[in-house]
Structure formats: C-alpha cells, structure tokens
Design a binder for this molecule. Structure first.
Ligand SMILES: Nc1ncnc2c1ncn2[C@@H]1O[C@H](COP(=O)(O)OP(=O)(O)O)[C@@H](O)[C@H]1O
Ligand SMILES: [Mg+2]
Length: 256
C-alpha cells in the first residue's frame, strides 16, 4: 500500500443521522485508488449507511442527514454544484440483491452510456456493451442471447450483469454492498475473482459480513462497530495483528 498516493476519496468527520438517531459517528477515512477496501463489522453497525454516503445514495432516504465532508479527487461531493447523476456514474454501486432492469441484457448495459452520451453511434454502443460484459466476466455466457431479459439470468449472472452495468459508464469507484451474500459458493467465487480483476482499474469498496471474504479480496480493511470506525489498516494487519481490543474481539468471533 502506497500511503503517499493521493486518495481517490476522502471522508472527513462524517456523521449520519436518521431523524434524531446517529447511525455513523465521526468517521474519517481515505479510500485509495486501485485497491479493494473492505468494510466489516457486526450487523447494524453502519456499514451500508457509510457506504451510501460515498455516492450520496442516502439522499434518497428522506430521514437521512449527512454531516462532514466527502471528497472525490479533492472535490466536495456534497457541494451544491455537484451533479448527483454524474456522481453516481463516477461512483457506481452494486447492491446485495442483484437488481437488473426488466429489460434485455443489452439494454441493461446500454442504458447508462446512452443517457450519459458516451456513444455516438450504434457501433460504439455495441462496443461498450461488449467490453463491459467482457470485463464483468459475463460476455461468453450471454453473447448469443443479448436480447433476452436480464432478469432471466441466474443470480450470479445477474450480479455480474449489474457490475457490467456499473462499469459501462466508466466509473472511478465501485461500491459493493454485500454483493455475494445472496449467491451460492460457486457464484460467490466468481464475483470474488471478478473483484480481483477489477481492482487494478478502479477503487473498489466492498461491504461484507464475511471476514474470510474480506481477507480474500481486500488490501485494506475498516472495522466498524456501533457507528464508529474502530480501526482501519492493511487487511493482513487487521486480521493478524489488530491494534484495538474491539477489533480483536470481532475477528476472533467473540461477537457477531
Ligand atoms: N432507512 C433507515 N431509516 C432508519 N434507520 C436506518 C435506516 N437504515 C439503517 N438504519 C439504522 O442505522 C443503523 C445502521 O444500519 P446499516 O447501515 O444498515 O448497518 P449495516 O449495514 O452495518 O448492517 C442501524 O441501527 C439501522 O437500523
Ligand atoms: Mg448493510
């Protein structure tokens, strides 16, 4: 891990409230580019809430309020000049439950590039669709059935379709909230391989409740507990030599 590199994203003193209830308490973290950062911690500790601050997904929850600052390449993403649609293309998101559009496989991928004006011709759009599906490791499985509905694919294929959809608009950061937790072990292994392949190209942040998965796919791990980020460091260190007692308790299974 090159600590001298500029972070892709920087969160400073971020707190999140749902109404009066504080769900994230004063979290600061730098997200490096070209690495996988894992967020771990017991259910309800605020992993998803914090992840959603990174592309303003909490804006869609009326009771949610975010305090503090989050920067993408040094730019405040909560500033009034920020175009949220553009932001969510630059900081894409993949959810726990695969959520393809009820449209063809082709249209699932082509939709974003179309609305963002990324293709000038049908040929260019076709190229983006193929490249995105290639990168998501799905092309060979779907190239002869691009007109079929995305929802007809298996769960694991649907999740790779959603990853391809995020890739299609040329993101810089990809946020994944427990992307494999609804999948069987073989589909999960494919997603983990894919994350590995993508890591050289994007900043990836993955929420996972599986410590084994965090250890397998990430280079950095942040441990959350009761709305606070307790510890953040190289994944090896967090799992072999945590500095905080609460981290140690969690990774040794003293509480889940
Ligand atoms: N939409 C919401 N409205 C109100 N409270 C919420 C909402 N989403 C999450 N919370 C609360 O915020 C806390 C953190 O939740 P969450 O971020 O989902 O945790 P995790 O992803 O670590 O399981 C929990 O107490 C949860 O009940
Ligand atoms: Mg969650």
């Amino acid at each position: 891990m090159d600590d001298k590199a500029e972070p892709k994203m920087r969160a400073s003193d971020v707190s999140v409230f749902y109404g009066d209830k504080k769900a994230i308490d004063d979290v600061s973290i730098d997200i490096p580019t070209k690495f996988v950062t894992a967020f771990i911690g017991p259910s309800g500790c605020g992993k998803s809430t914090f992840l959603r601050t990174l592309n303003r997904m909490n804006d869609t929850i009326p009771s949610a309020r975010v305090e503090g600052q989050i920067e993408l390449d040094g730019e405040d993403i909560y500033s009034s000049g920020m175009d949220v649609v553009q932001l969510r293309a630059r900081v894409g998101m993949v959810f726990q439950k695969p959520n393809p559009f009820p449209k063809s496989i082709y249209e699932n991928i082509a939709y974003g590039p179309k609305i963002h004006g990324l293709a000038e011709s049908k040929g260019e759009l076709d190229e983006i669709v193929e490249r995105s599906l290639q990168r998501a490791g799905l092309w060979n499985e779907v190239k002869d059935r691009l007109g079929e509905s995305g929802t007809a694919l298996s769960g694991g294929q649907q999740q790779r379709l959603c990853i391809a959809r995020a890739i299609a608009v040329d993101p810089e950061v990809i946020l994944m909230d427990e992307p494999a937790s609804a999948l069987d072990p073989i589909a999960t292994a494919k997603i983990e391989e894919l994350i590995d392949d993508l890591a050289g190209r994007y900043a990836i942040v993955i929420v996972t409740h599986s410590m084994q998965q965090a250890a397998r796919v990430s280079q950095r791990t942040a441990f959350f507990h009761l709305g606070k980020m307790v510890e953040y460091g190289p994944t090896d260190q967090i799992f072999t030599n945590p500095l905080e007692e609460r981290t140690k308790d969690y990774i040794t299974g003293r509480y889940g």
